[in-house]
Design a protein around this ligand. Structure first.
Ligand code: PHE
Ligand code: ZN
Length: 883
């Protein structure tokens, strides 16, 4: 696309000129094939002549033959670019060649200067990889393989270079010119252009390169590091958005301090820039000294951002900042090691958020994400280990497995070592590998050496996919309780046989009478089966296991409803308390869906759930944030996970029926709760946030059990709202009800916030994710709304991802939901393949769905596969999902 729009440029490769690519399966890249680079690039100087439709790039590389390489030609990767001129040691040469999209240059000596000129069209770059335009601003996204869309380079993370960047452009269009590191010179030219030169002293792989040019304003601040260095901090946004950057700035400073105190990591430049862009494929990007963020993880004020949005800003700001050490100072040798930086950094951001707020609530939220996003991935056709063995398109591996399960695996090491010894391990890791491109094995070895832990068999967690299933039985004889455990790791694609893995389980046994336990124990199940004894129990105790979710496994324990009600009320581990409640509900709903529930059993199950519910609604010792957490029922996806073959319609109906029963049975308590919470004035403290969470939770149950009462309260909450949490919560509930208040609130919301893209995204999401009987019609109408565009990933996700994860709409019995997502994938793929590919996994669940829907899901995947030309991204996901 970039090339085709500049017909006068030489086109070296016919494929670039628009000829249909051959319909070959994309090549498979394998971890075991890793070879060190043949050439190193210690230095690079880039010179950009900026323009929205045409930007010229001159790249000067200092290349040196790698003594550990294989002596091959210099291979510079390219993607959709053509070399406009090549010089070696200052002399123009012609004896280069193209191998596919790569530029190959034979070099006689061991050290040379290589210069390559390219040109790109940022405005035509709808994939948002490489250099692209967003609202007239220019910015780059290079991870994983976007740098090769800007210039020819060994685009692999184990080639580290120091960067010097010069850029020049129209001063009116691009008053602010930013790149990595420090600005070392800048000036104006007579023709209305200006220029800036940046230098980054820290060697980095090209995926961490960034450039931003545009009309931006900054929230300026500073931070003094633990060694007393002053760092200038800037958060750059479009004019008018400055007032919405204060939470991001506070989060950044908190993250900088926290990383010093918790991991001993100090920032290493005098300047740290964050830029918010509205067109972005992911959440944010950790480019050295110049983090680029999706606006949704920067901008927040009470009027437009919910409490959850505030938390997400804090978490992502922390995440990207923490990458400065876990990712940038120590980077990845190759993309198979992605979890080295992502798993570790997710753990770091989780610990940070836990320290900033409620540790208990944060843990529950993290587990909920793992169970609703990662567990289904791990049990489906796209299952892969946290360190994959092969890929076709690396963008498809920025997954919940690599990120969230990766974090859980490192968290287990921390649990086994304890925080102090774990810290000795991470200190050693940073000291040993600073400035290097490392592997997951390097990380494990450093933790092992630094903490003294034996992680021999634990390494299996890096190579085996699938969520381990742990079976638990507790018996009692005399004064001894015996815990018998066994584990099985399920078969996953390409991995027919699994070995048992070390599984650390935090366990406590409660005395039924006193409601207390005599101390928690950490046991490690490292065999297929094992048993553990506990003495001093005159009566059978109540088992609390996998406390704090110490291992990312699923537990099958035969516990009575009474035991679960007991734990939901008494467990001193907040996660375990939540878990008891979840188990109670899961067990009931799974039985109900299976049709195996007699009317008596149904009544008994509901009574047990209602009892536990009423108990924590009334528990004065609970804070409201935690109470709100306990009120959230297991998701339909998680429920479906418990079944070999799920009927999404039945799951939805039973779950809604339970909500309605609770809403009806507990109506008075819920109304009292809503009244109490509604009297709490807005503030950002935990008590007020807890109250807001309860307000919406109460409305959700009332909407199911007493819809008229709920509609009345929701519209009142909507009208009175002085913050987005209340407003969105009320609108969400109204969206699911077929009442006139719904239209009033939706129209008001759109009028009130039109022009504010992030809030209009909410307007799309709330409708697409709703429980309304006509949700499909709404989605189809919204796709034609003037505010909808396929070119903005946030907007596409707001409408279609909200819909794809809405079981009521997506799994509608006639298959229309699958058709909507299939059509989206086909239409989006030519525009933004990376984002299009993210919609394939929901269809890929077909094997675990009842036959009627299953066939329609599969047919939809086949329709996609038959499309005339598909991106590597979508092709890989569709092929694997069908395979
Ligand atoms: N590395 C980014 C992060 O997790 C994610 C990302 C990947 C962003 C690819 C853009 C493109 O922090
Ligand atoms: Zn990351």
């Amino acid at each position: 696309m970039d090339i085709a729009s500049r017909p006068s440029e030489p086109v070296a490769d016919p494929q670039l000129a628009g000829a249909a690519p051959p319909p070959l399966a994309p090549p498979v890249i394998r971890r075991e094939d890793y070879q060190p680079p043949a050439w190193l690039v210690p230095e690079i100087a880039l010179d950009f002549t900026l323009g929205v439709d045409a930007t010229r790039v001159v790249s000067r590389l200092t290349v040196r033959r790698n003594p550990h390489g294989d002596g091959a030609a210099l291979r510079l990767n390219g993607d959709n670019i053509a070399p406009l001129g090549v010089k070696v040691d200052g002399v123009a040469v012609n004896d280069w060649r193209l191998d596919g999209a790569d530029l190959l240059i034979d070099l006689a000596g061991d050290a040379h200067a290589v210069e390559v000129e390219t040109a790109v069209n940022p405005a035509a770059n709808s994939q948002l990889m490489g250099l692209y335009a967003s609202n007239g601003m220019l910015c780059t996204q290079c991870e994983a393989e976007g740098f090769r869309r800007i210039t020819f380079f060994p685009d692999r993370p184990d080639v580290l270079s120091t960067y010097r960047v010069r850029m020049a452009g129209d001063k009116a269009a691009f008053p602010i010119l930013l790149s990595n590191g420090n600005c070392v010179a800048q000036g104006d030219d007579a023709d209305g252009t200006h220029w800036a030169e940046w230098h980054d002293p820290w060697p980095k792989p090209c995926y961490l390169f960034a450039l931003v040019a545009g009309d931006l304003v900054a929230n300026h601040d500073s931070f003094t590091t633990m060694s007393g260095r002053k760092v200038d901090l800037n958060i750059w946004v479009r004019p008018g958005d400055e007032a919405r950057t204060h939470h991001a700035m506070a989060s950044l400073k908190a993250a900088m301090r926290w990383d010093e105190e918790t991991f001993g990591r100090e920032y290493d430049l005098d300047l740290f820039n964050i830029v918010a862009v509205s067109d972005f494929n992911m959440g944010a990007m950790e480019n050295k000294g110049l983090n680029v963020f999706n606006t949704r993880y920067v901008l927040a004020d009470p009027e437009t951002a919910t409490d959850a949005d505030y938390d997400a800003v804090e978490g992502v700001i922390g995440h990207e900042y923490f990458h400065n050490w876990s990712g940038n100072r120590v980077t990845c040798r190759d993309w198979f090691q992605l979890s080295l930086k992502e798993g570790f950094t997710v753990l770091r951001d989780q610990l940070f958020s836990a320290d900033m707020g409620s540790e208990a609530v944060k843990r529950i939220e993290d587990v909920r994400v793992l169970r609703s996003a990662q567990f289904p991935e791990d049990s489906g056709p796209l299952a892969h280990p946290i360190r994959p063995d092969s890929y076709q398109e690396i963008s498809n591996f920025y997954t919940a497995t690599v990120y969230n399960k990766g974090a859980e695996v490192i968290r287990m090491m921390r649990t086994m070592a304890g925080p102090e010894r774990f810290r000795q391990g991470t200190d050693l890791y940073f000291a040993r590998h600073d400035g290097e491109a490392a592997t997951c094995e390097d990380f494990v070895k450093a933790i092992e050496d630094g903490s003294g832990l034996d992680l021999g068999r634990f390494r299996l967690w890096y190579g085996q996919a699938g969520t381990p299933q742990v079976k638990v039985a507790l018996t009692h004889a005399g004064t001894t309780a015996t815990l018998a455990l066994s584990q099985a790791v399920p078969v996953t694609p390409g991995q027919p046989e699994k070995q048992p893995m070390p599984i650390p389980l935090r366990v406590a046994l409660f005395d039924r009478e006193s409601g207390r336990h005599g101390g928690e124990r950490l046991i490690v199940l490292d065999k297929a089966s094992d048993s553990f004894t506990f003495d001093g129990f005159s009566a059978p105790p109540v088992l609390s296991i996998n406390r704090g979710f110490s291992a990312p496994v699923s537990i099958e324990a035969d516990r009575s409803n009474a035991d679960l009600v007991f734990l939901a009320a008494h467990d001193d581990d907040p996660f375990a308390r939540y878990e008891a409640m979840q188990s109670l509900v899961v067990r009931h709903l799974v039985a109900a869906v299976g049709g195996g529930l007699s009317p008596d059993d149904r009544a008994a199950g509901r009574a047990a759930i209602g009892e536990a519910f009423a108990a924590f609604l009334a528990d004065g010792a609970l804070d409201d944030l935690m109470r709100g957490e306990l009120m959230i029922l297991p998701s339909e996806t998680y429920l479906a996970e418990q079944l070999l073959v799920a009927d999404p319609g039945a799951i939805h109906a039973e779950r809604e029926a339970l909500k309605a029963w609770l809403g009806h049975a507990l109506q008075a308590a819920l109304i009292a709760l809503h009244d109490r919470a509604s009297a709490v004035p807005y503030s950002r403290d935990a008590a007020a946030r807890g109250a807001r969470k309860l307000k919406t939770q109460a409305l959700i149950y009332l909407a199911a059990g007493a819809p008229e009462e709920a509609a009345r309260r929701a519209i009142a909450q909507y009208r009175a709202a002085d913050n987005m949490t209340d407003r969105q919560g009320a609108l969400m509930v109204l969206c699911g009800l077929a009442v006139p208040e719904r239209e009033e609130a939706l129209a008001d919301f759109h009028a009130r916030y039109h022009g504010n893209a992030l809030v209009i995204d909410k307007w799309f999401s709330l409708q697409a994710g709703s429980l309304h009987p006509q949700v499909l019609d709404h989605v189809q109408a919204l796709a034609g709304h003037p505010d909808f565009t396929m070119h903005n990933p946030n907007r596409v996700r707001a409408l279609y991802m909200a819909f794809a994860v809405n079981p009521k709409g997506f799994h509608v019995a006639d298959g229309e939901g699958y058709r909507i997502i299939g059509d989206l994938i086909r239409r989006l793929d030519p525009i933004n393949p990376q984002t299009a590919a993210r919609f394939v996994p929901p269809l890929g669940r077909w094997r675990r769905i009842e036959p009627g829907r299953s066939a329609m899901m599969r047919a939809e995947l086949e329709r996609i596969a038959a499309a005339p030309s598909l991106s590597r991204d979508v092709l890989e996901q569709v092929t694997k999902s069908l395979g």
